[in-house]
Design a protein around this ligand. Structure first.
Ligand code: GLU
Ligand code: ZN
Length: 293
């Protein structure tokens, strides 16, 4: 049997401008695919339509294009894939794995692990109730390409989790699992802030009978308080007229050690060097503290 060929993806939430943290994640995911002659797909994670910012997805895509990213096929938008999520929900429901939950955010405020308050209440299915997935008391293990072995017992460390919100929207955890499977993604490369979501996603894959992809979690850029740099921390939008400099900086932050002179070369030359020299063993495990200008 031949190994299925590599298919990766980048799945940004459309917050508009491109900042260095997003560039880092896009770069790692892109190089991991292109260095293996793999495909690289683009998925806009706008499942949470309450956070929709008009024009943000387009702005982000244009910015990625300015950096020379090329994706295979058209962009996929989660906001247009509700039918797929509904079908997955129906499978889980058929297996009696979901139940309605009426707990308010306030009630759960001091609870890091959902204690299963609504698990045995047998509430009727109502539009305005959230739906939770029953988890199991067993370890879920996987081997991350950067972090190494990781394990979580969902029952003890997470609890039954929401897959459909009370406002009717599907939760990220369900959408991402359905999309990765439906798009045939062989490896998920993304920021390490999603490492602890991975066991929930693997559990969902198991329940839905999907093939489990490989995982590679990239370091984050954090500020001196340990906060992930992003829109919420006021990260600066990258200047699209300086793609080579920024890409060079991203490669440096990924400890790929691009030669200094390439910072003054053209974008194609830098990409070519990056694809040829991409080395996942150099990717730092620790997040990178950077001071904002
Ligand atoms: N949409 C998520 C984000 O922008 C990434 C999800 C993923 O890669 O699985 O943080
Ligand atoms: Zn509840």
């Amino acid at each position: 049997m031949t190994k299925p060929s590599y298919r990766g993806r980048f799945a940004p939430s459309p917050t508009g401008e491109l900042h260095l943290g997003t560039l880092l994640a896009a770069t790692g995911s892109y190089l991991q695919a292109r260095s293996q002659q793999g495909e690289w797909l683009m998925r806009i994670e706008d499942v949470d339509t309450t956070r929709r910012v008009p024009g943000a997805a387009d702005a982000l895509l244009r910015a990625l294009e300015a950096f020379g990213f090329e994706w295979d096929g058209g962009e996929v938008y989660q906001s247009q894939r509700t039918e797929l999520y509904k079908a997955a929900l129906a499978i889980l429901s058929e297996k009696d794995l979901i139940y309605p939950c009426t707990c308010s955010r306030k009630q759960l405020a001091n609870e890091t692990v959902y204690a299963g308050h609504c698990r045995h209440r047998h509430l009727p299915l109502r539009e305005e109730y959230a739906l939770r997935l029953r988890v199991e008391d067993r370890p879920i293990n996987f081997d991350d390409a950067v972090i190494g072995p990781y394990r979580q017992n969902l029952d003890r460390e997470c609890g039954d989790f929401v897959i459909k919100r009370k406002d009717g929207l599907f939760a990220y955890q369900l959408a991402v699992v359905v999309d990765d499977a439906e798009q045939g993604i062989t490896e998920v490369v993304r920021g390490v802030d999603l490492l602890d979501s991975t066991p929930r996603q693997i559990y969902l894959q198991q329940q839905l009978g999907y093939v489990q992809p490989d995982y590679l979690h990239l370091p984050l850029l954090i500020d001196k308080h340990g906060q992930k740099l992003g829109k919420s921390t006021g990260a600066a939008a990258l200047d699209l007229s300086q793609p080579v400099q920024h890409l060079h900086a991203a490669l440096t932050l990924l400890d790929q050690q691009p030669p200094a002179e390439l910072a003054k070369d053209d974008l194609n030359t830098l990409w070519q060097w990056a694809i040829e020299n991409w080395d996942t063993r150099s990717i730092p495990v620790q997040n990178k503290v950077i001071t904002q200008n």
